[in-house]
Ligand binder design. Structure first.
Ligand code: PXP
Length: 252
């Protein structure tokens, strides 16, 4: 099965919101991403609406031709909104108002009841649900127990190590983080959970992960959701090419 690429379009909206303009068009961006080979369009409707707006989500639902994945916090308001919109997938994420971007995985153990209720409610509407978690055994087991269809591993720590953010310890940390993701992905596979990954990937660090994430000839990670690096690259080469380049890297 082909590994899928989800293109996160949040930062197209970030550029628009920066000046309060009507451009760049999110829908034109989606069409270019699809032409470049995106298998999914991902957007995060944050509580502070710093980039994607409610109307964007409605427009995406109408116009996205591939799968549409809505990232959102576990709140009753968001669950109600998603039930009206009916994206193909919802990815439940933690959210802090002050963070620059999502800083870690969802603490499911701490939010067990709310997560369980959100999963049940969304699934009743035919929406598939993934939980954005740290690649840990407990978080995988709990996601499975609560009925999630998939887990998305937060790969931020691996990506930071790949960018030498831990100084002299970066090399060993990188190996350690890769193994952590690999182990959690094998556990997910054994439990019958789909395994996705995202956060912090760029055109370099993705190559190492894609190569490693195979188990008995099978790709352990079925889907990568990537935003910032693709939108940054699109400034230089255009969005269709930026997506096509990333798509080629993940399907090798
Ligand atoms: N997956 C999830 C759940 C996220 O919250 C984000 C960031 O919005 C991404 C993937 C994409 O991360 P990046 O923009 O670093 O590629």
């Amino acid at each position: 099965m082909k590994t899928r690429l989800g293109v996160n379009v949040d930062h197209v909206a970030t550029l628009r919101q920066l000046r309060g303009t009507v451009y760049p068009s999110l829908i034109e961006a989606v069409q270019l991403a699809e032409a470049g080979g995106a298998d999914q369009i991902t957007a995060h409707l944050r509580e502070d609406r710093r980039h994607i707006q409610d109307q964007d989500v409605r427009d995406l639902r109408k116009n996205v031709k591939v799968a549409f994945n809505l990232e959102m916090a576990v709140t009753p308001e968001m669950v109600r909104f998603a039930c009206r919109i009916r994206p193909d997938w919802v990815c439940l994420v933690p959210e802090k108002r002050r963070e620059l971007t999502t800083e870690g995985g969802l603490d499911i153990a701490k939010n067990k009841r709310a997560v369980a209720l959100a999963i049940q409610t969304l699934k009743k509407k035919g929406i598939k649900v993934s939980c954005f978690i740290e690649p840990s055994s407990d978080a995988v087991a709990l996601s499975h127990h609560l009925g999630a269809d998939a887990v998305e591993f937060h790969t931020g720590q691996y990506c930071l190590a790949a960018q030498s953010a831990f100084g002299g310890r970066s090399r060993s940390r990188r190996v350690q983080e890769k193994l952590r993701i690999q182990k959690a992905a094998i556990q997910a596979l054994e439990l019958g959970l789909h395994a996705h990954a995202g956060h912090g990937f760029d055109y370099k660090n993705i190559q190492d992960i894609v190569g490693l994430m195979r188990h008995s000839g099978q790709a352990l990670i079925e889907e990568y959701n990537i935003g910032h690096a693709i939108i940054c690259r699109s400034v230089l080469v255009g969005l269709e090419t930026a997506v096509a380049e990333m798509s080629a890297l993940i399907s090798r």
